[in-house]
Each structure stands twice: as structure tokens, then as C-alpha cells.
Design a protein around this ligand. Sequence first.
Ligand SMILES: *Cc1c(COP(=O)(O)O)cnc(C)c1O
Length: 393
Amino acid sequence: MKTKIYMDHAATTPVRQEVLAEMLPYFTEHYGNASGIYVVAKESKKALEHARAQVAEAIHAKPTEIYFTAGGSESDNMALRGVAEAMQQKGNHIITTKIEHHAILHTCEYLEKHGFAVTYLDVDENGKIRMEDLKAAIRPETILISVMFANNEIGTIQPIAEIGKLAKEKGIVFHTDAVQAMGHVPIDVEQMQIDLLSISGHKLGAPKGIGAIYIRTGIKVCPLIFGGAQEKKMRAGTENIPGIVGLGKAVELAVAEMPEVTPRLEKMRDRLIHGILDTIPYSKLNGHPTDRLPGNCNISFEFIEGESMLLLLDAAGIAASSGSACTSGSLDPSHVLLAIGLPHEKAHGSLRLTLDWDNTDAEIDEVLQKLPPIVQRLREMSPLYEEIMKQQN
Ligand SMILES: *Cc1c(COP(=O)(O)O)cnc(C)c1O
């Protein structure tokens, strides 16, 4: 069966029609290399600078502070490795959290092998860091704090402005992975005192393989990719003009539509969450009850395996994701669910439904109707569940 209901927007989104329409001429008509001096190149150069201004405006930055990359992972790598290398004379200590995306965590592990020390902050049961922990972790040699804006699995939003204020007071560079937050939560790099910020196109209606990094004027960062002089020598390689045009448009649209889309998503999300919790026993919401992404619903069900639930949902035409084993290609359940204190078995039985602009109320109704019998069917196959039911009767 074909997917009818797509609720995995935190994994990727379709390219929006309006975005695709803006991009198309840059594949065929305006194909010039932005470095050229002839007319077709000037069209590319103009589009590049227009997109840079669109991204800058969306986060209250200056266009000169925006650099295009090939996605969120590259931006995260560039922020961490770039700052670490540029500031190694000043210190070798980095602070991050246990619930970051692997683009951050694996880069930190790499840096640990190359002379840097990393503190991984714990989070509370809702997935938030504690400001006291962050304060206590700061050392004289701390050069960088990297805390994600909003979590991709449980949707929890961190106290970004508070972290920015503290980092500023202590003279420490502050990076945030805002891949999930961009276009979903208002972002202001000035008011929040953010020094570096990563975004990715395919999480907000632009294509895969395009992203950007904001680097505040004056912050020293070494480049990752060497070659030509593109992006002020900070990111060599002929610019992906269609992708960049798409990212600029998608960011502009998402931010402009936020006042209308956010309340609609929150309403659908809350109906989904409460509809599930009210009808399915032994279920629990993961992530912060209120400080969470408008489209994120993450729920754990006892006595079942997330993977089997995803297969049955897929057979019912519903695309979702889980914090269980196979999805991540490892046997361990999600590091995020373990970090908020879920025991292994509950982490394995989790379901993530992530909504965006293209979801509808009718889809919420359908999921609320189809999910309970799927959970029930799987539980009936669980010896542990059978045991609990026997004890109750
Ligand atoms: C998806 C994601 C990334 C990686 O972005 P890509 O563009 O897929 O490389 C990084 N961080 C978070 C929080 C994400 O959700």
C-alpha cells in the first residue's frame, strides 16, 4: 500500500511546490557558475545573494554572516571542528548535551580523539538541560557550548536565550543546532545571543543536501572544505544554486506562515497526543509537555516493540518513526530516550509522529482510529502483557 498519511517530517519533508517552482529555472535557464562574469552567471550570483538575505532575515542576522553548506550535518561539523581548530590556543574544552543529533555527538567523539575534552550534559525527565549543570561544567579552558535548539526525537525546546546570556557573560562561543527549530519556532540570534547556528533544507520543505550555517561577525572558524574562493573561502565548491534558492524560499515561507501554521500544528499535535494517551493504556508522552515543537508527538507504549508497530502502521498507509533498534541501525535504543530516563523496554516501544504544514485534521482522526487496534494486536502477542492482564483479573 502507498503511504497515505506522512507523519515523519522530523526525518525529512517533501519539497514544497512553491519552493520547487522557484528552483526550476536555476537548473536549466539560469545555470551559470556564480563566479562567472557573463550574464547567465550574474543571474546565479543574484539568486545566491537573494537567498542569503532571506535566510539572514529569518534569524535576524546579517547576510554576510550566512554561509551555505550541503546540509545540517555539514553545518554541525563545521561549527564544532571549525571553532575547535580556530580556538585551540585558548582552550580545549567543549560542552554539549547527551541528546544532540549524531552530527554533533560523533564530531565531539572525533574531537576527543584529537586533544579536546567534552562534557556531555544530562537532561531532566522532559529532556531539558539544567542551567546549574551548565554553569558547573564551565572551566577556564571552555571554548564552546553547543546545545541544540529543539530535539529531533522528543521535540523539547531548550532555554536558548538563557544559555546565550550565560555564554556571553563567560566569553564562550555558543553554537546551536537549529535544524528542527528553523521555521517552527521564532529564532533571533541577536536577542538569543547565538554565535553559530545550523540549519538544513530538507526539514522545512527545501531539498535534501542543502543547508546553511550562521557565523556571527568576529567569531573565528576554520573551514572544513578547501578549494575555490566561494563563500568567502569558508566553504569551497561551486555553489548549489538551485538548492540555495530552494532553501531561501522555504525559510522565508516557513517564517512568514508561522503565525498561521504553528497554532494549527499545536492543535493537531495536542489532539493526537491526548487522543492516544486517553485511549491506549500503559502509554506515556516523551518530551516536555509544553516547551516542545508544534508538530512533535512522541509516545512510549509498554509491552510492545516499536519496529513491529511501524510495520503495521506502514501496512495501514501511515509513515512514522520510532526510537527503537533497527531504525537507527544499532541494537541500542535511542540515546535521547535513554537520556530522559526511559528504561530500555519502554524506549524500544516508542512512536514518533511528526506533523507539518501538509497534515490535516482528517489524518489525525484516521491515526487515532487505526493506532489503538494495532497496539492492542501487538500486546496480545506479548507474554509480559498477558501476565499483567492475568494479575489484574
Ligand atoms: C536532520 C538533522 C540534522 C542533519 O541534517 P542533514 O541535512 O540531514 O545533514 C542535524 N541535526 C538535527 C537536529 C536534525 O534533525
